[in-house]
Ligand binder design. Structure first.
Ligand code: G3H
Ligand code: ZN
Length: 264
């Protein structure tokens, strides 16, 4: 099953597929164990920083091996990349999707570069996520602009800013009216970034109104760090005895999220 098939399926069923970011092996395993237990397809995300730490080559090898071990569909997305050459590299290493974040550029340049990414990616069967009106700047996405951007660039998915933000600093309040308008204007898969800290109720409503993919990172990092910090206080020094608890903490957090995405 391709990522496009998966996204179409969750769109029909009014579910959302989760993207969970990682940069270490125990995080990767925690995410995959959760997906397997929940019998759900999963998107593994790596930002530029995360993928530079673990290495694009190592990541794609680890994911390829994992695909043989796990029964659920597993996809890999390069998250928030601004660098066209790096995006091409990720595609060549076998990423299933790339997120070109041109939201810091003028709309004209964003369209220009997004088109280039789409041209390279689509030839190789890779999906492209575009972004306008940065989630980081908190300037909310204009429905008309979203429609034009998708038409002009042919991106498959669109990261939209409707009130969520990266991190967990502030309580998110999603603009559902805006989401409805965007959904009416485009058939692209819609992506909610900054999923950490958004209430379950709001997530469920956003899925009902047309969000197809939800990105979660900070909550996983917090579970990872808290559990690791606690484990390090004990006398144990063997990583293989310390890290399973950390892996489990990530797994539990992902399961918690998937339940919400599946409306369970
Ligand atoms: O691209 C990644 C996500 O938008 C993660 O956001 O760290 O707030 O969960 P988050
Ligand atoms: Zn994001």
């Amino acid at each position: 099953m391709t990522l496009k098939d998966c996204l179409r399926k969750v769109q029909r069923q009014k579910f959302a597929i989760g993207q969970f970011n990682f940069s270490t092996v125990e995080q990767l395993r925690g995410i995959l164990d959760a997906a397997e237990r929940m019998k759900t397809p999963v998107i593994l995300g790596t930002s530029e920083g995360e993928s530079k730490f673990l290495g694009l080559k190592e990541i794609s090898a680890l994911v390829e091996i994992s695909k043989m071990k796990y029964k659920v569909p597993v996809f890999l997305n390069l998250d928030h990349s601004k660098d066209l050459d790096y995006i091409k590299k990720a595609i060549d290493f076998g990423y299933s999707a790339v997120h070109f974040d041109g939201s810091g550029l003028s709309l004209e340049k964003n369209v220009k570069y997004a088109k280039k990414v789409v041209e390279y990616a689509h030839k190789r069967g890779v999906l492209v996520e575009g972004e306008i009106d940065s989630i980081k700047e908190k300037s909310l996405t204009s429905p008309d602009k979203a429609e034009r951007f998708v038409e002009q660039t042919k991106v498959d998915s669109l990261a939209i800013a409707i009130g969520s933000a990266h991190g967990m600093f502030k309580k998110a309040k999603l603009d559902f009216e805006r989401l409805k308008q965007i959904r009416k204007k485009t058939n692209a898969f819609l992506v909610l970034h900054g999923g950490s800290g958004v209430s379950d109720m709001q997530i469920k409503k956003a899925i009902k109104l047309g969000i197809n993919k939800i990105n979660i990172n900070t909550e996983l990092r917090l579970a990872w760090k808290r559990t690791l910090a606690k484990s390090l206080k004990a006398q144990e020094i063997k990583p293989y005895k310390i890290l399973p608890k950390v892996q489990k903490a990530v797994q539990e957090k992902v399961e918690e999220k998937v339940k919400v995405f599946k409306n369970e």
